[in-house]
Each structure stands twice: as structure tokens, then as C-alpha cells.
Write a protein that binds this ligand. Structure first.
Ligand SMILES: [Zn+2]
Length: 192
């Protein structure tokens, strides 16, 4: 077994041994809300939003973007499992700001090895890539506030999302752990 596999299984054995009353948790989130956020390892929604097992849905992807699949989860979250308030949380220093579709496609066409990030941006070792990346929208981010507003707007205006569900937008600061609210008016102020 790999070291990581051993560590994960040991941690799980310990967790499961103390599982206790969590065995009786119901499927619908007890606190009736959902968070869409980035997969970034520095973000722990259970900690930054005060969640215990059973409290809320947490939907994660690269960037915390309102992709078709994130919306699929959110729709199931309210329609079948009763959430009634949603949070979209992007964050400072997001890796999704470090590349574009064109960069990602070039890197993947070059090779499937892990690329390195340096002063000249992303560089690839080369050898044995695939152009399949040309067919993926990587949903990169140019501006955190704009990406939050765009994703909140997309969810808000989606035909399968009822107007009764508040959708709150935030940028999480990876240097302080604080959530900064993002509202459309702030975008207008920034533009003027
Ligand atoms: Zn991120």
C-alpha cells in the first residue's frame, strides 16, 4: 500500500471508531443550506462555515464555478433534499486565475505530466499529450469578484432555480480565513 493510502485508512479507522450518534443522521441537510466552493486544499468549509456532519451540502469543483454539473447538484439539493439558502464561495489566490483555456489546452497537448509554475507561467515537460483538452471549457477565473457575480447570476437566473432561494456570493481570503461578501453594487463601484 502507498503511504497516503495507509494514512487515509488509519485516519478513517479512528474516525469510524468514534462515529457514535452520527450513525443516526438523516439524509436531508439539517440546517437546510448548500455551499458551492473551490476544491482548493486550503479551504475547509466545515471549519470556515461551522459545519458538522449532516448540516449542509458542500459542492466543490475547481474554482467553485457554477458549471452545469454544480447546478445539477444544487437543483437536487433543494428539490429533493430541501435546502433553501445557497452560498457561492470563490477565494483569493485561486489557481484558476493562473491559466486560460488556451494555456491548459497547450499544456495537455504537450504532455500528461504535472506542469510546473514559474516566472514565465506554466511550463510543461513535454511528451505524450492529448488534444482532448480542446473540448473542455476549463472555467478559468480572470477576476474573483466578477467570477462570483457571474456564477451567482447564472444560478439566480437558471430556469430550474426558484426565486425564493437566496444565493449569497463571497470571496474567501486565504490569508485571513474571512469571507468577504460580494454584491453587484460593488462591481459597479469598481467599474466607475
Ligand atoms: Zn481555487
Amino acid at each position: 500500500m502507498s503511504k497516503i493510502l495507509n494514512e487515509v485508512l488509519a485516519a478513517n479507522a479512528s474516525y469510524s471508531a468514534g462515529f457514535g450518534a452520527r450513525a443516526k443522521l438523516a439524509m436531508p441537510p439539517a440546517r437546510g443550506f448548500a455551499i458551492l466552493t473551490c476544491m482548493d486544499a486550503r479551504l475547509d468549509p466545515a471549519k470556515f462555515a461551522g459545519l458538522a456532519e449532516g448540516d449542509a451540502h458542500v459542492i466543490r469543483n475547481a474554482g467553485g464555478r457554477a458549471s452545469d454539473d454544480a447546478i445539477r447538484s444544487l437543483v437536487i439539493s433543494y428539490k429533493l433534499l430541501g435546502t433553501r439558502e445557497w452560498f457561492v464561495v470563490h477565494h483569493t489566490d485561486c489557481g484558476m486565475e493562473t491559466f486560460t483555456d488556451e494555456v491548459m489546452r497547450r499544456l495537455l497537448a504537450s504532455s500528461l505530466k504535472t506542469a510546473s509554475f514559474g516566472p514565465d507561467g506554466w511550463q510543461d515537460a513535454g511528451g505524450g499529450g492529448s488534444t482532448e483538452g480542446d473540448f473542455v471549457d476549463w472555467l478559468t477565473i480572470r477576476d474573483q469578484r466578477e467570477s462570483v457575480l457571474s456564477d451567482v447570476g447564472r444560478i439566480r437566473s437558471h430556469p430550474l432555480v426558484p426565486a425564493s432561494i437566496p444565493v449569497h456570493g463571497f470571496v474567501y481570503d486565504v490569508r485571513s480565513g474571512a469571507l468577504q461578501p460580494i454584491r453587484p453594487a460593488e462591481k459597479l463601484e469598481k467599474a466607475s
